[in-house]
Design a protein. Structure first.
Length: 237
């Protein structure tokens, strides 16, 4: 399973931004909702790899957060609050967020867990770099696009009253298409890490079973994959 621990950067010299963060993450598909864990830190249990990616990238977009993603087990019954949670995923998330504080010029994100976690981190930090450096003008356009839907760039241009070429240029500059092509790769690596056979001394990772074959973790009642983050690929060409 996945646990995200998110710590506010520079909190000693800034206002408490945790309430804003919790509002930002309200729409993320979760097993246990995000909430303040201690001080200027928040924690939650995303329901899927895609949800964990969505939450992490939302934090990087907003800026001012250290993001630690832990992969591992969580003791059952699953906690109603992340503050009550126990298991290796929580330990990994704590280790990850502390390491995220030392990433220097890289995106302040780290992933800890079984084999596959480091590779997932590599993909996510690459995506995160693009997300962090987008301008407000670019986000004004990108927020109106739907990954994988033909014609969304034309619709966005019409809504904003700008030329389609301006939309195309913003998409190219921001690496938006590349982001949505890479998200499934990051999700696959996270699921590999989640299902790693830790008893295997060689440290190899077995591919996760698809939901159609009955694999994967039990999902919370009423949960569903969220919007474009689940399985979205390339944007308009």
């Amino acid at each position: 399973m996945f646990v995200l621990t998110i710590d506010q950067a520079g909190s000693q010299h800034d206002v408490d931004r945790v309430p804003d963060l919790l509002e930002l993450l309200r729409g993320v598909d979760v097993v246990t909702p995000f909430e303040r864990s201690v001080g200027d830190e928040a924690q939650g249990i995303p329901a899927t790899a895609e949800a964990a990616i969505e939450a992490a990238l939302l934090c990087l977009r907003q800026g001012g957060w250290y993001v630690g993603l832990g992969i591992g087990g969580i003791e059952h019954p699953l906690p109603a609050s992340p503050r009550e949670g126990r298991g290796s995923a929580f330990v990994a998330a704590r280790t990850a967020v502390e390491r995220a504080k030392k990433t220097g010029d890289r995106a302040p994100l780290a992933v800890e867990g079984p084999p596959g976690a480091a590779e997932a981190e590599g993909v996510l930090t690459l995506i995160g770099r693009h997300v962090m450096h987008r301008t407000q003008a670019e986000w004004r356009i990108l927020d109106r696009l739907e990954p994988g839907r033909w014609g969304s760039q034309t619709a966005a241009a019409r809504e904003l009253g700008i030329a389609p070429q301006s939309v195309s240029k913003a998409v190219a500059r921001s690496a938006w298409t590349e982001e949505w092509a890479a998200r499934p790769a990051a999700a696959l690596l996270l699921r590999w890490a989640e299902t790693a056979d830790l008893s295997n001394p060689s440290g190899t990772v077995r591919a996760p079973e698809s939901p159609a074959t009955g694999g994967g973790r039990p999902q919370p009642a009423g949960s569903a994959e969220r919007g474009p983050a689940a399985g979205a690929s390339k944007g308009d060409r």
